[in-house]
Design a protein. Structure first.
Length: 298
């Protein structure tokens, strides 16, 4: 057990912050003798002098300054711990688990988490970036509090968030663009298609593959975007993720006669809306608000 109590460190900090025992006593509603005794007891227990006279006031010694600097971290941690305990006593979750399909706009996600952090800075967030059935599987397992997915979940009601546009694209120098004519399925199947692997472990989907002769299956959407920008294949990619690449000409939409644009409705699903805690509700609201703003700006 620690020989010095947290209260002693708090009293020392008060004496230093207020410039003396009398002022500190008024500020924290303790008697000067109580503060004096606590600080002297601290020095005795540590075997180190932490304060020294400076005229009518006192100041930290060099050793005292170093010790108090570290003690303030303990004081702040203890205060934060009490805040968390108070929140938990009021029914606040300690953690929110969020599963988000990788097609969800990244700017909207970051803004929503920033808003959430301002409201509940001590609530942990577990973020899982999923593909296709990955988030739905977590929902069925009961391991996610909130899921954002373009896949319907049987037995759950989702809240529509946005419709994500997928655009068939390739590098401007890709052989498909060199044909310089409208393209159809027969053209596409002769070239490498890049698809992102379903992150579900049990019921994985194989959506979007055109049975091309060559296929690369990747684990993350960002990897797929990078590979397409390098000219290694074509893919349907969410417009929210490739706006800059399209504007800069690093990616060019394929001139398909049909199917060049796909629309995928994305929804927000609660594991149990009625039992959702205040943090889960605030995060859900932030996600809905931010994605609407992001899609409007785009």
């Amino acid at each position: 057990m620690s020989r010095v109590t947290l209260t002693q460190w708090q009293m020392l900090a008060a004496v230093v912050d207020h410039g003396g025992f009398a002022r500190a006593a008024d500020a924290i509603h303790k008697s000067p003798s109580t503060l004096n005794h606590a600080v002297h007891k601290l020095e005795e227990q540590l075997g180190v002098q932490v304060l020294e006279p400076a005229g009518r006031r006192v100041r930290l010694t060099e050793a005292g300054a170093m010790l108090l600097r570290r003690a303030r971290q303990l004081i702040e941690s203890a205060e934060a711990l009490e805040e968390v305990a108070g929140s938990l006593a009021e029914g606040l979750e300690a953690e929110v688990v969020l599963a988000v399909d990788q097609v969800f706009p990244p700017d909207a996600l970051a803004s929503a988490l920033a808003t959430f952090s301002e409201t509940y800075p001590h609530v942990r967030v577990q973020l899982h970036e999923t593909v296709l059935n990955g988030g739905i599987e977590m929902l069925y397992d009961g391991s996610a509090d909130l899921v954002i997915s373009g896949v319907a979940a049987q037995g759950f009601l989702g809240e529509p968030l946005a419709s994500v546009r997928f655009v068939a694209v390739a590098h401007p120098d890709h052989p498909l663009h060199r044909l310089e004519r409208p393209l159809d399925l027969r053209d596409l199947v002769q070239h490498r298609q890049l698809v992102v692997r379903d992150s579900a472990l049990r019921q994985a989907m194989d959506e979007g593959w055109l049975k091309a002769e060559q296929r690369w299956t990747l684990s993350h959407l960002e990897t797929s975007i990078d590979m397409v920008e390098r000219g290694l294949g074509f893919a349907w990619l969410p417009e929210t993720r490739i706006r800059q690449a399209l504007d800069a000409g690093r990616l060019v939409p394929l001139p398909l006669t049909a199917g060049g644009i796909r629309e995928t409705p994305v929804q927000l699903i609660h594991r149990d809306r009625d039992r959702a805690g205040p943090a889960t509700r605030v995060l859900a609201e932030a996600l809905a608000t931010e994605v609407q703003g992001d899609m409007s700006a785009g």
